[in-house]
Write a protein that binds this ligand. Structure first.
Ligand code: ZN
Ligand code: FE
Length: 256
């Protein structure tokens, strides 16, 4: 097993596409397919051959390139069993807690529903890398299109249980807007203030703010911080159950 290589590239207006590659087995997976032409361009640039697609959920900016890429490469499409009816070309169905091998790398499936039903994240456990799709963003979390706040909070707790040094690759460059909201609900968080400045600098240079890591998200992402007394005070729910604080934080972000 070689070290997992990750190739990241912008797609559409604010998505990230990813290729992961193992040099010994020559296995290459696309994490979602936001834009087939960009995935093909990344394959050409790296010289890798696409063997798998790992879908996080069915939204068009995540699975829209599936069929075109499958027709070209004959790759195996993996997705959630509870989202299977909506994932074009799905061949291998996985569910929460499943482990599968990808080119010698152990991948654990986390069901992180809330943004959609059947949204999954892929945790490469030996490599300490998480592909979080639209469940967890840098300084944010997915909108609740299909799930409840209760369900999303349960999902995010699974992610928070991963080791702090787990590298998080999310599916969108939303970080700068997320930082503005985060600062509005937890302005006293010094690490958040510093992170927001770094994010502004990166975006001024046109550079990505992704990836981050679980420890940094736990210390600065308001959706992982309903236990913060400052955040509780801002949303007027001091001492309330964490799920209620999370729900109110998510509701405020929707109208921010
Ligand atoms: Zn989505
Ligand atoms: Fe998306």
């Amino acid at each position: 097993m070689a070290e997992l290589q990750v190739n990241m590239f912008p797609c559409l207006s604010d998505n990230y596409g990813y290729l992961v590659h193992d040099g010994d087995s020559d296995v290459t997976a696309a994490i979602d397919t936001p834009e087939a032409s960009k995935v093909n361009a990344a394959l050409e640039a790296t010289g890798w051959k696409l063997t798998h697609i790992l879908n996080t959920h069915h939204h068009f900016d995540h699975a829209g390139g599936n069929l075109e890429l499958q027709a070209k490469w004959g790759c195996t499409i993996v997705g959630s069993s509870s989202d299977a009816a909506r994932i074009p070309g799905i061949q291998q169905q996985v569910a929460d807690g499943d482990r599968f091998d990808l080119g010698g790398h152990s991948v654990r499936v986390l069901d992180v529903s809330g943004h959609t039903q059947g949204h999954i994240a892929y945790y490469f456990e030996d490599d300490a890398i998480l592909f979080s799709g639209d469940a967890l963003f840098a300084l944010g979390c997915g909108r609740l299109f299909e799930g409840s706040a209760d369900q999303m909070w349960t999902s995010l707790q699974k992610v928070m249980a991963l080791p702090d040094d787990t590298v998080v690759y999310c599916a969108h460059e939303y970080t700068q807007a997320n930082a503005k909201f985060a600062l509005s609900v937890e302005p006293q968080n010094e690490e958040l203030v510093a992170r927001a400045k770094q994010i502004d600098t990166l975006r001024d240079r046109g550079e990505p703010t992704v990836p981050s890591d679980i420890g940094l998200e736990k210390r600065t992402n308001p959706f992982l911080r309903p236990m913060s007394e400052d955040l509780q005070a801002t949303v007027g729910l001091v001492g309330a159950p964490l799920v209620e604080v999370f729900a109110e934080t998510r509701r405020r972000k929707d109208v921010f």
